[in-house]
Structure formats: structure tokens, C-alpha cells
Design a protein around this ligand. Sequence first.
Ligand code: TRP
Length: 340
Amino acid sequence: MSDIQQPTIERKKRVLSCIQPTGVPTLGNYFGALRNWVKMQDEFDCFYAVADLHAITVRQDPAKFRQQIMETFALLMAIGLDPEKSLLFVQSQVPAHAQLSWLLSCCTQFGELSRMTQFKDKSAKHADNINLGLFSYPTLMAADILLYQPEYVPVGADQKQHCELTRNIAERFNSIYGNTFVVPEPYIMKTGARVRSLQDPTKKMSKSDENVNAFISLKDDKDTIIRKFRRAVTDSEARVYYGEGKDGINNLMEIYGAIVGKTMQEIEQEFEGKGYGDFKSAVGEAVAGELTPIQERLQTLLGDKAQLEQLMRTGAEHASYVAGRTLAKAQKKMGFYQFK
Ligand code: TRP
């Protein structure tokens, strides 16, 4: 062996994640996932998609759905994802997702899918429409992921079980047909706040909450944001500190901290001797300050449909190229007849 040092060419690690185009994301989705996607885009080779195929497991109104796909795609850029750095695309525009999903569904057990807690929750919620897609949703998600051979999948804790299943499917496929897929790891995001409902801070903030005062949508205007924070449920102690039994204040402190970059202790110091009114206004102002520029960028992007469509097209083409190679590899390993 020569002792000449080999240059080390470090490939960036790859990540893939998707967001469903169902309704406007909340502040919880933003801090729990989206903002971290932006933070990852320099360090990693990122693929981010709008998971429209997943969305139809629950009935969608076609006209609204079409609009939401476009808006969600635009939102990815409005929050700061740069299509020059990250590959942004719409799932249904890359046919390999549906194709690989079928191959993988033949490597997924009925029992495995039956144990998915999201399936159980969603079938309880939509008892009149427990369709096959709702059941096989995780194999489609496995296809989304495995097509791009990512090392990491940044997701919220609620998607961890689906990521574990993806790993099992990949390992099973690799052991039956030979090494084909990278076995990815979930990347459960540690940064950022676990945002809770503003009306019942023991619950997660959810866009499907009946009480609109419980969540902040990324499209809420400044006045609405300020008003919702003013109405946020707290406690009767009137002292800003992080502690047990102070779920409401803890939540507001976490949101504030995630924006201004202060620790809980620093926030306590900042609001020492001040009441909840002052604190709530400060949180509302900070959130509005974070969301207003995003909303302005979103409006600008949506104002130029031709450009948006061009970006979608380019994203789909690039993604199809990468996905197509993996699909062909999987088909070959399984023994499908391929033209020379
Ligand atoms: N199931 C995810 C959610 O509801 C969305 C999703 C679809 C996804 N495909 C994915 C997330 C692939 C990560 C990787 O949030």
C-alpha cells in the first residue's frame, strides 16, 4: 500500500421528507418540521416533496385540492427553501412513487400495517371511508423515502412508526433480493418547540382543532396572531417562569424562545416583574414578525403561476431521474423483464 493520502471526497448526507397539502400548516408544523428543513439545506443534500398522493386517503375537494398543492409547493420556498439547493417537487408528478409502492406492498405484511397507530386513529375518525389507501399509506411513504436512498428522514415523532416500518421493508427487500436500498434513519428533530394548543396546552397544536383560537395558521395575519395569543390559556399566578403546572406559559415561552433564540431562564429574566399581558403581546409580536415575511413571499410566489409551474416541472424532472434509477434497480432485482 502506498502511503499517499487519498483525498477524502465527502458526499453530503441525503435527507428526504414530505408534507401533505391538506390545509394551511400551523405554527406547530413550522417549528416541529418545516423550519428544520430550512436549517438542514446547507449541510445535507435535501429532497422535499408535497405528498399529494397521501392526501387523497381522506376525501379532498378537487378544486381546493389543486389550489392547496400549488400553495404548499410555494410555501416551501416562502419559508426559505431554495430550489437551487434543495430538490422540491410534487409526489404525484413523479410516477415512480406509485410504481415502487406496489412492489413494496408485496413485501409488507398485513399484520404490520394493522399495527400502525395512525391507521387506527384515522380509521376511527373517518369510519365511513376506511379505504385501502388509508391502510397501505405507509408503503407509499416507504416508496417516497427509499426511491431517493436518503440516510435521514426528518419527521415529527408521530411519523416515527412509519419510518421504522420503512426500515423493516428496506431490510427485508435487501435480504431477499440483494442490496438495493439504503436503510434510512428517522431524524427526530430536537431543535424547536413542541408547540401546544393555545386553548388547551396539554394537547398538541392541531390545524383540525374546532376552536380556531387554539392554533396559529401560517397564513394568520398580524392582528389575528396578536388576538389569539392575547386569548391564550395560562394560569392565575401571573409570573413568567417555566415550571410544572404551567403548561400554558411553558408553551408560550417555548414558542418565544424558538423565535428569539433565548433560553427559558433568559426569558424569565426578560419578563421579571411584568405581567402576562406584556408577555403575551411580546410573543404575538415575535410570531407575527416571523410569519409576516413568509406570507409576503408566499403572495409574491403565488402571483406568478407560470414561474411556479416551471419550478414544479424542473423539480419533477430531477426527482424522476433519481427515482427512476432506483425503481429500475428494484425491478431488475425482483426479476421483471427489462429491455436491453
Ligand atoms: N406521512 C407524512 C405526514 O403525514 C407525510 C409523508 C409522506 C412523509 N411521505 C413521506 C414524511 C416521506 C417523510 C417521508 O406528515
